[in-house]
Design a binder for this molecule. Structure first.
Ligand SMILES: [Zn+2]
Length: 427
């Protein structure tokens, strides 16, 4: 049974979320139709230019008029994009990633078309004043050729393969911006009773969270963050492209992956879960925002081999400002003999019931608290940066964590884990 206290605690979890790359083991790797690549790139350049100069006619002229529902949706999309201040915007095909993904069943949807192609299209953009680097999202536009001209006819044809085109907040309608020194908050205009209303104290709390993060993280980061407030959990799920039980989480730190130069995390956002966020005290809102900001602050130093217990542990330590009472649930489980003495695995932060997920967060927080108590905050940052620097290379995450621990504090992963477990049992 999950008691109310536990459930509230579990509901307060905040998860880091990096867009996963589409699977690479897809059957099709067909080459683009003859002459298509250059013509489609020219079409995409016209479309991106139309976004940049806010020319709706030019934008709509890139769409296949035969796709009536798509035409309608794209008209609304363009209107909503007017509220977005793009510093840059471009669209480029990446045939080299998957080739042409079009199947006979896709072609059959466009009778009369001379040709149909679905390469991966990369959308790259920067929000003015907030993105120092381009956010990079995957789109799966269906391109059709009629009378010798290519146009965009759909962006959902590969949904059945779980190849979803990215969805932004502006895909679901206009945005209402609110600003503070370091934050931009976007949500849809609120009509009716079902939307999350954030009070005037929300952005000042975000600013306080930023100050707290400054005490815990000294590496370089943008310190300019966009907070997205979807209108519904459905909208949130579609933006995150996830099947996890969202009821267990109240907010997400979201980043895109840019593959242009190795693997870079870009386009950092905080996304709130409108269902879980509404009943929160001021102190909880501060904690949640600080937690997410700690994730975003560390993104530029993060890497593919940093396990979740390190990410979530550091975010929780920062969020609770090392308040020992924030580990009350963990302490009670230890006391009751319900602590297995091992570091939580990545999947234990997203699967299982809310109480068990919460215990993983508590274990992570305890382990990072232990690190910082014993070796200091500066040494933790050195360790994190050292581990984050490892690019694509052989070896498991544990192997790289072990090497980074030995180098920075002179202790193996196994010895760190057992020393932490012993210290936890003693306290
Ligand atoms: Zn988190």
């Amino acid at each position: 049974m999950i008691n109310r206290t536990t459930k509230m605690a579990a509901g307060a979890l905040a998860l880091i979320f990096v867009v996963t790359l589409a699977p690479t083991a897809l059957p099709a790797h067909a080459a683009p139709p003859a002459g298509a690549a250059a013509a489609i790139d020219e079409l995409l350049e016209r479309r991106a230019e139309a976004v940049r100069i806010r020319d709706k006619d030019a934008f709509m002229a890139t769409i296949d008029p035969a796709s009536e529902r798509f035409v309608e949706r794209q008209g609304r999309l363009f209107d909503a994009m007017r509220s977005v201040d793009f510093a840059s915007y471009s669209l480029v095909t990446k045939w080299e990633r998957f080739g042409d993904l079009v199947r006979p069943s896709d072609k059959a949807r466009y009778p009369g078309a001379e040709d149909v192609a679905i390469p991966l299209t990369e959308e790259r953009y920067r929000i003015a004043g907030f993105d120092p680097e381009e956010a990079a999202e995957d789109l799966f536009y269906t391109f059709v050729k009629r009378d010798g001209e290519w146009s965009v006819a759909e962006d959902t044809d590969l949904d059945d393969l779980a190849l979803f085109s990215a969805r932004h907040l502006w895909d679901r309608g206009a945005l209402e911006p609110r600003r503070s020194d370091h934050f931009l908050q976007w949500q849809h205009p609120c009509s009716g009773e079902n939307c999350l209303t954030l009070g005037a104290e929300f952005l000042p709390l975000a600013e306080s969270g930023l100050k707290r993060v400054d005490e815990y993280w000294h590496g370089p980061w943008t310190r300019r963050v966009i907070v997205l407030v979807p209108s519904s959990q459905g909208e949130l799920r579609r933006m995150l492209q996830t099947s996890i039980d969202l009821d267990n989480f109240v907010a997400f730190a979201y980043s895109t992956i840019d593959l242009a130069h190795g693997i870079d995390f870009t386009g950092h956002r905080i996304i709130l879960n409108p269902n879980a966020f509404e009943v929160q005290t001021r102190e909880r809102v501060l904690t949640i925002l600080t937690h997410e900001l700690a994730h975003i602050a560390t993104r530029d130093s993060s890497g593919v081999f940093i396990p979740t217990w390190i990410e979530e542990g550091f975010a929780e330590v920062t969020a609770y400002d090392r308040d020992p009472s924030a580990l009350a649930f963990f302490d009670a489980r230890v006391e009751a003999g319900e602590f297995d003495g091992r570091l939580p695995k990545d999947f234990e932060f997203t699967t299982g019931d809310g109480t068990e997920i919460y215990m993983s967060y508590q274990e992570a927080q305890s382990a990072i608290s232990y690190f910082i108590e014993r070796w200091g905050l500066d040494r933790f940052e050195t360790f994190y940066v050292r581990l984050g620097r490892v690019g694509i290379s052989p070896g498991t995450s544990s192997y790289h964590v072990d090497s980074a621990l030995r180098e920075t504090i002179g202790v193996s992963l196994a010895n760190f884990a057992s020393a932490w477990a012993r210290a936890s049992a003693r306290d």
